[in-house]
Design a protein around this ligand. Structure first.
Ligand code: FES
Length: 582
């Protein structure tokens, strides 16, 4: 039973009045500087001040179109009697940030948390889209517990190339493999580049951005229907305006992230991720988010909740279609309704609308059963992220069944080990490499500390000599992540990671490895005494950053099994109004 919510009495004094309220010197100081922007004095009269947290950046292309959406949000806030202020937020570009955007998710969360706490803000609209922008701002909202609502930038329109749909990321990996196998020319690859991203928006596959948009909606942190609306559809702008209207009432009601993101809401999100064939990255982000809220969520919850959920959304990388068709079919509300009908949804979990998730979705219809499949045509009957444990990953690892090859789900093979991603890149194309399709590719030192930042390199491309045989999948194991747009029988997030001496660190070429997904087992078939001997002799090999954020991250990042947050950011710190006065 989800907890019930009782709106706070209104009117009452809001936190922004600690800055703007009254006739004293401090109030005049705070209002006076703000009025250099031409704001009329009545905007400071105690109405909700709404921060529109904008992750726009021209170097975050998936979020570069936020400007008009921000204006719509502001219109909505004004209409509802609030005072909107646009605030730039740290923008984590998935396609551009090095060494990897994941290293900066926590920095973005930390910076936005301090903005929400240190500025005269009563509520926030989180304008996000590209992968890490969504969890980072949600984590900030969770840590401050300021009333918050998400509106995503929306996915790109379908890409098309030579008459076929082109999925963001998914086809990049596919075309790259075809080039390496000699089935596609470089000129064709370059031509395809122009077809991949044909409109503003985030990745159009059920990659991490779309998965996190879906998680946000399933958690109840966005208005119903938000996740799938294409970035350039006029209804995306309408959604922004409606979101602006809604946050004002949320502030008046004091409807906070902790009221919405309960354990039940997280379980709804986990099941939703299984139903949509969502990204493995959602595991890391939801664990970190739950950690900020003090919600007891574990890797085992992912396995438990997702196991019986069929994948019914036929989107790449698991299926055939893209977010545009998902929207036309009815989008996430149809999926939530299906989960509710099948007893897989906490129906009474409250959402940002103030209504239950079931009330939001119970009347919707599925308009395309090729896109949102009927139960008897599910892509896989057990679509949840599989959590694998064993002597190779004592604290767990994950695999996405809907993106894997069924024949490889139980597999025993000889390890071919790459000590780092550079080692992999240097040797994978070598025709003399002793590898065939029965082998298990092992990649080390790509976890939270080792890379650093836990890059999306776990879906290592196959060796050319295997690709030339027409083989498209092999078992791969690492402590890395993988893009939500990628596919394959890929075991990820091995914890503890190799760089801190996890068992992955002592795997050697020729060791036999057993993968048994039905029994959730990942086993290094080496005698225990030999494993102990190797672990005792292990020494760290990665470079430790000497200073800067890289040092902070290295010293404090936690392992993947708890969400790779920084240890000192766990938990909520609330939103006290601070101390400065003049
Ligand atoms: Fe930004 Fe995929 S790279 S959403």
């Amino acid at each position: 039973m989800a907890k019930t919510f009782t709106p706070a009495p209104w009117p009452r004094k809001l936190r922004s009045q600690e800055w703007f309220g009254g006739t004293g010197k401090d109030a005049i100081y705070h209002r006076g500087w703000m009025r250099n922007q031409g704001f009329p004095p009545d905007l400071f009269d105690g109405r909700p001040v709404i921060a529109v947290m904008n992750t726009f950046s021209e170097l975050t292309p998936c979020n570069a179109h936020m400007g008009p959406l921000v204006e719509k949000v502001k219109n909505g806030v004004y209409e509802a009697g609030g005072f909107p202020v646009e605030v730039p937020a740290f923008s984590t570009s998935e396609s551009g940030f090095r060494p990897t955007a994941m290293m900066f998710r926590n920095l973005a969360a930390m910076s936005v948390e301090e903005q929400l706490r240190g500025l005269p803000i009563d509520g926030a609209v989180l304008m996000v889209g590209c992968d890490k922008t969504t969890p980072s701002l949600l984590m900030a909202a969770a840590s401050t517990d300021v009333p918050s609502i998400v509106v995503t930038g929306g996915p790109m329109l379908n890409g098309w190339f030579h008459g076929e749909r082109v999925g963001s990321g998914t086809h990049l990996w596919r075309f790259s493999e075809e080039v390496r196998a000699g089935h596609m020319t470089i000129d064709e690859f370059l031509e395809a580049e122009g077809a991949m991203s044909r409109s503003a928006g985030s990745c159009n596959t059920m990659g991490t951005a779309s998965s996190m948009a879906s998680m946000t909606e399933a958690l109840g942190m966005a208005l119903s229907g938000n996740a799938a609306i294409p970035a350039v559809d006029s209804r995306r702008r309408m959604m922004a305006q409606m979101t602006g209207r809604r946050i004002v009432q949320m502030v008046k009601d004091d409807l906070k992230p902790s009221d919405i993101m309960t354990k039940e809401a997280f379980e709804n999100a986990i099941r939703t991720n299984a139903a949509v064939g969502g990204s493995t990255n959602a595991v890391i982000h939801l664990l970190a988010l739950a950690g900020r809220l003090g919600v007891d969520l574990t890797l085992d919850d992912w396995d438990r909740c997702g196991r019986d959920v069929p994948t019914i959304v036929n989107l790449m990388p698991s299926g055939n279609y893209l977010m545009e068709e998902f929207f036309y079919a009815g989008g996430l509300p149809v999926v939530l309704k299906r989960l509710g009908e099948d007893g897989l949804l906490h129906r009474d979990a409250i959402t940002v609308s103030g209504r239950s998730v079931w009330d939001e979705v119970k009347e919707v219809r599925n308009w395309n059963e090729d896109v949102i499949l009927p139960r008897d045509r599910a892509l896989t009957s057990s679509g949840g992220i599989a959590v694998l444990k064993g002597n190779l990953a004592p604290k767990g690892s994950v695999l996405k069944p809907s993106a894997a090859t069924p024949e490889l789900m139980v597999h025993r093979g000889r390890a071919v080990v790459f000590e780092s991603i550079d080692d992999y890149k240097a040797r994978i194309g070598d025709e003399a490499l002793d590898i065939d399709e029965t082998c298990v590719m092992v990649l080390k030192n790509c976890g939270p500390k080792g890379y650093p930042g836990m890059a999306e390199v776990g879906n290592m491309g196959l060796p050319p000599k295997v690709l030339r045989k027409g083989i498209t999948d092999m078992v791969r194991i690492s402590d890395a992540r993988m893009s939500g747009t990628a596919y394959g029988t890929v075991v990820l997030h091995c914890a503890p990671e190799a760089a801190v001496g996890g068992p992955l660190a002592i795997v050697r070429d020729g060791d036999m490895i057993e993968l048994d997904v039905p029994n959730r087992r990942l086993h290094l078939d080496v005698p225990e005494a030999e494993i102990a001997r190797r672990l005792a002799a292990w020494e760290p090999s990665h470079d430790r950053p000497a200073s800067g954020y890289a040092w902070l991250h290295h010293e404090h990042v936690q392992q993947a099994d708890t969400g790779a947050d920084l240890d000192f950011l766990n938990g909520s710190r609330g939103n006290p109004v601070g101390r400065e006065s003049h």
